[in-house]
Design a protein. Structure first.
Length: 399
């Protein structure tokens, strides 16, 4: 009996020493992993500046601050993210809060009534797994009589060496025009129900993306005016898939509305597109230098030289008894334009060339166009050197 007790005591001592040793190792290791995963995030998103500073690295815990900043047009967006680690054996629990500023706009005060976004999760040898808890959004702009409401929601984020993914579900989003506290009745309402977003990125050995998928869906969207339904959409979804092969990226993007009702017209909307021969390195250069005019010029020149195409594989809009719109086509940047000398989006508004094959048109479009276009459907609509042609003839629309 005494020998058994000695063995148990010895085992407990060994376990205790091992646990303490693992905790001692864990603090430094978990800080390194957190830093590495944030560096990997910035590598995937070079337009965002990320900085992690540790200011408490004691035995049982680590406390740090992560700063995210980026420029959107003329406004700087800055978020401060506290990261508190409680060390365990080869893993650590994570808690923290996020506060944000957009220009002079205090995000927490204006949107969340002073509350902070909180987070919890863990960091281990496999990477970071975090859940962000976003409070309910309440925003009133009395200047235009707008109320903006969003139900509280969670965002799940996983950052690993091999992949990164995130997901969120928002029960409802609501916008009211003519806010009650402005003295104007809120007659107009736009509401989104069950909003879901999912994204997943596979990371290659070079630390850059190999493939990515993203899905955005909304169960129900409706717009009412004076409590009467005007526009309604059900089962709205958007899917994007991208793959990288060397320096070139190809992908697909699809948009689907399974059922819509607009002012009494009902139907279905489908849009399926694909791209190919996109230079990943040229896009990265532009992404890292988004304010440099030369970067966007170089990217456009690369797209032009590679004849990177936007393919409309399927465009279909059904409109009940009014008929259908069915088309497909492909477009590239115009060969006769010199993008190396600069690009002005306001002046250079006809930068594409290509064609769209229109197989069917609803009556409200077919009747007025039939007097301007010779020949029966299908029609071939071309963009050539800034001009529009239908079945090889210039389309002269009335001024």
């Amino acid at each position: 009996m005494a020998r058994s007790i000695k063995w148990l005591v010895g085992l407990a001592v060994i376990v205790g020493i091992t646990y303490v040793a693992l905790v001692a190792i864990t603090g430094s290791k978990m800080r390194d992993i957190a830093s590495q995963q944030l560096e990997a995030y910035q590598q995937q998103n070079p337009e965002v500046d990320v900085d992690l500073t540790w200011h408490d690295t004691s035995f049982w815990r680590s406390e740090g601050v992560v700063s995210f900043s980026m420029d959107i047009e003329d406004e700087q967006v800055a978020f401060t993210h506290t990261m508190n680690l409680r060390h365990g054996a080869l893993r650590a629990s994570v808690t923290g809060e996020i506060t944000g500023i957009v220009g002079e706009f205090d995000v927490n005060q204006r949107l969340f009534e002073g509350q902070a976004i909180t987070l919890d999760g863990r960091v281990g040898l496999g990477g970071l797994s975090l859940t962000y808890h976003v409070p309910e959004v309440n925003f009133d702009d009395q200047n235009i009589g707008l109320q903006y409401r969003v139900a509280a929601f969670d965002v799940d984020v996983v950052l690993r060496d091999s992949d990164q993914h995130s997901q969120l579900t928002i029960d409802w989003i609501e916008m009211l025009l003519g806010a009650p506290d402005t003295g104007v009745d809120a007659n107009q309402k736009l509401r989104f129900e069950n909003v879901q977003m999912r994204s997943h990125t596979d990371v290659g050995d070079d630390g850059l993306f190999d493939a990515s998928t993203a899905r955005f869906s909304i169960d129900h969207i409706y717009y009412t005016d004076a409590a009467e339904p005007v526009v309604s959409m059900r089962d709205f979804s958007s899917d994007i898939d991208m793959q990288r092969n060397g320096d070139y990226v190809a992908g697909t993007a699809n948009l689907m509305v399974n059922e819509y009702d607009a002012y009494g017209v009902t139907g279905v909307f489908e849009l399926e597109t694909s791209t190919s021969e996109l230079s990943f390195s040229a896009f990265r250069t532009w992404q890292e230098n988004s304010k440099d005019p030369d970067a966007i010029n170089d990217f456009l020149v690369n797209l032009q030289q590679q004849q990177s195409a936007l393919n409309i594989d399927n465009l279909r809009l059904t409109m009940g008894q009014m008929g259908n719109l069915v088309a497909n086509g492909s477009f590239t940047l115009r060969e006769d334009l010199d993008f190396s000398t600069g690009f002005d989006p306001e002046a250079d508004d006809n930068i594409f060339q290509g064609n769209l094959i229109v197989e069917d048109l609803p009556v409200l479009l077919l009747m007025p166009l039939s007097g301007l276009v010779s020949g029966e459907l299908p029609w071939v609509v071309e963009l050539r050197e800034g001009n529009m042609l239908v079945n090889g003839e210039p389309l002269d629309l009335p001024q």
